[in-house]
Ligand binder design. Structure first.
Ligand SMILES: NC(=O)c1ccc[n+]([C@@H]2O[C@H](COP(=O)([O-])OP(=O)(O)OC[C@H]3O[C@@H](n4cnc5c(N)ncnc54)[C@H](O)[C@@H]3O)[C@@H](O)[C@H]2O)c1
Ligand SMILES: C[N+](C)(C)CC=O
Length: 489
């Protein structure tokens, strides 16, 4: 019997087909949970529930301040259950508990931020050029929103969608990655506890082509927000064209980390490691392309290799673990394949490139932190997102060359520049074609600042006030205060 952990129209339900999926811990492949495996039938039910709740329900018309309070209440409940949520995230993804706890703090903050922002944009009165008239611009909810999320930051990526969508008065259907649904199920329970009206929040579980694809295709869905890989993003954009629904796509990256010779050497080395190996490299904004000035190149690479040797892989629940496993057998095979490609392309493998030998890591999908030097932008390992602990190193001479190399990518998600010359930092950051540029840092993101990509890294923005605007339509309301016949005809 399929467990009842999908949420449709205010009810916890099993898959209509009775199918289930086993969720495993990537650290040891032990079963963590059994969940329903939904398909088109369940997705259609969720779409109908969300449509009815939007068209006939109270939520879109609830005062924004009330909706804000509801979103703040979810933040409170997440704080209350933070430890349980973090443990579920670590079981599901293999990431360290410390990382999961940090994610939960960020998630609660995102709900707090949008709870506070919900009633801050009351629209604006504009100066009408027509005598005897009033003109105002208001923001309204878009409608029914499909929200599809990946496995690497399961609840965090869902929170970036759920919080602004609810704050803006939409109804939603959330579809988490089929491999990591546990924290999204738990947060849906918290939203039920907070008192969300039936049909406003719906949760569908199952494989993308049988669930998410229908969300993208359905003419009853007004907006699709997707975080995941570029190939899936392309399918979603194509499907969404059917009714020209609004789309927001947060896709992959191959992010350059540019280090100039005048950078603070030790800090730049330390953070270059964190940039690429954090969460085993399974981060959209991972600094997977290190681009180092030739004046410090050799010393920098040597220091990186020495530090990489000491990275401790292990169980995410063990406090001494610095990095967990990859998410799945298939994903590890993908990363291994990129090592083969790198070797064939003539890159110089300095460390890693294989599975670790320690007995205690044999049941998990572990892969050693890997560094390739002597890389260039003609190589696939430099151009393609490996989404694993694999660093490529390129070298440059001039500032102009550094900018050219950094931008030589189909992606444009994020990048960093390291230098103690602030003028140079400003010049270079101004030329980088990316949604986020860090100067003398790597990875910071927070609720107040927008996140998203240039080029093939996506469309639209999450977080910040732009993340709320994605979930609104803009309406101009014009009132003629002294109507009279025009007598044109
Ligand atoms: N830009 C960002 O902020 C950001 C954040 C996190 C992850 N990512 C990207 O996500 C990718 C890794 O995640 P993934 O492997 O889960 O991505 P994925 O594209 O394989 O899957 C993402 C989601 O899409 C669903 N899906 C699959 N096929 C679908 C279809 N035909 N129609 C609708 N939905 C479908 C999946 O079930 C899953 O829920 C990486 O490329 C990473 O860079 C980007
Ligand atoms: C957006 N971020 C950095 C939280 C996760 C990317 O995979």
């Amino acid at each position: 019997m399929s467990p009842k952990t999908m949420f449709i129209n205010g009810e916890w339900v099993a898959a209509a087909s009775g199918q289930t999926r086993t969720i495993i811990n990537p650290f040891n492949q032990e079963t963590v949970a059994e969940v329903p495996e939904g398909d088109e039938t369940d997705t259609q039910s969720a779409i109908e529930a969300a449509r009815k709740a939007f068209d006939e329900g109270t939520w879109p018309h609830t005062p924004a301040a009330e909706r804000g309070k509801f979103v703040l209440k979810i933040a409170e409940l997440i704080e209350r259950d933070k430890q349980e949520l973090a443990e579920l995230e670590t079981l599901d993804t293999g990431k360290t508990l410390t990382e999961s706890l940090e994610d939960m703090s960020d998630i609660a903050e995102v709900f707090r931020y949008y709870g506070g922002l919900a009633d801050k944009d009351g629209g604006e009165v504009i100066e009408s050029p027509i005598p005897a008239s009033n003109s105002k611009v208001v923001r309204e909810p878009v409608g029914v929103c499909g929200q599809i999320t990946p496995w690497n930051y399961p609840l965090l990526q869902a929170a970036w969608k759920i919080a602004p969508a609810l704050a803006a008065g939409n109804t939603i259907i959330v579809k988490p990655s089929e491999i990591t649904p546990l924290t999204t199920i738990k947060v849906t329970e918290l939203m039920e506890e907070a008192g969300i009206p039936a049909g406003v929040v719906n949760l569908i579980l199952g494989a993308g082509p049988k669930t998410g694809q229908l969300l993208a295709e359905s003419h009853a869905v007004d907006l699709i927000s997707f975080t995941g890989g570029v190939e899936t993003g392309r399918k979603i954009m194509t499907a969404a064209a059917g009714n020209f629904k609004k789309i927001a796509l947060e896709l992959g990256g191959k992010n350059p980390n540019v280090v100039f010779g005048d950078a603070d050497f030790d800090t730049a080395v330390d953070q270059a490691l964190n940039a690429v190996f954090f969460h085993a490299g399974q981060v959209c904004s991972a600094g997977a392309r290190l681009i180092v000035q030739d004046t410090i190149h050799d010393a920098f690479v040597q220091a990186l290799v020495e530090r990489t040797k000491k990275i401790k892989l292990g169980n995410g629940f063990d406090e001494s673990t610095q990095s967990g496993p990859l998410i799945s057998k298939e994903h590890r095979e993908k990363v291994e394949n990129y090592v083969e490609i790198g070797l064939e392309e003539g890159a110089n493998l300095l460390i890693g490139g294989k599975r670790p030998e320690a007995d205690e890591l044999q049941d998990g999908f572990f892969f050693e932190p890997t560094i390739f030097a002597d890389c260039d932008t003609s190589m696939r390992i430099v151009q393609e997102e490996t989404f694993g602990p694999l660093l490529t190193i390129e070298r440059f001479n001039t500032e102009e060359e550094a900018v050219h190399l950094a931008n030589d990518s189909k992606y444009g998600l994020a990048g960093a520049v390291w230098t103690t010359d602030i003028r140079k930092a400003e010049r270079v950051s101004g030329k980088l074609r990316m949604g986020t540029v860090w100067i003398n840092d790597f990875h910071p993101y927070f609720a107040q600042a927008p996140w998203g990509g240039y080029k093939s890294s996506g469309i639209g923005r999450e977080l910040g006030k732009q993340g709320l605007e994605e979930y609104t339509e803009v309406k101009h309301v014009f009132e003629n205060t002294a109507p009279e016949p025009i007598n044109w005809f």
